[in-house]
Design a protein around this ligand. Structure first.
Ligand SMILES: [Zn+2]
Length: 140
């Protein structure tokens, strides 16, 4: 399960609409509670992919900076998000090929005609072969 505040969810939707027709991407910061992750910060990244219309690449410098800032705070990078312009909120074949961290939650936002739709979340199975759906719960 991934728990997300309405404000952070809205921020991700706005980023997805602003990036359309390209993919947006960013990191989700928070903490783990057993199997669940609680997101308390959304860190927007540049999409550094050479083909941003159908793929994403998070800025490694952002990731390293967050990693340094979060050290010792009890908070960590718990996942990332990206958008699918004109596609469903399911991991693409390309997503599967570039997934390698089973501990991170993937949040995917569909965007149709510049409007963000209902996001879905996934996590790579421990053996790395497939994505499994992760329920999204909105924090009150
Ligand atoms: Zn994707």
């Amino acid at each position: 399960m991934i728990r997300l505040s309405p404000g952070d969810a809205a921020r991700i939707r706005r980023a997805a609409e602003a990036a359309w027709p390209e993919e947006c991407c960013g990191l989700l910061v928070g903490h783990a509670e057993g199997d669940a992750v609680v997101v308390d910060e959304v860190a927007e990244s540049l999409n550094l992919s050479a083909s941003p219309g159908d793929s994403f690449e998070i800025d490694m410098r952002l990731r390293l900076r967050l990693h340094r800032e979060l050290r010792g705070t009890g908070r960590e990078i718990v996942g990332h998000y990206h958008s699918h312009p004109g596609g469903p909120p399911h991991p693409s074949e390309r997503d599967r090929l570039q997934a390698w961290e089973p501990e991170l939650v993937w949040l995917i936002v569909p965007v149709a005609d510049g409007r963000a739709g209902e996001a879905a979340a996934f996590r790579l199975a421990p053996d790395g072969t497939a994505f499994q759906p992760v329920p999204i719960v909105m924090l009150a």
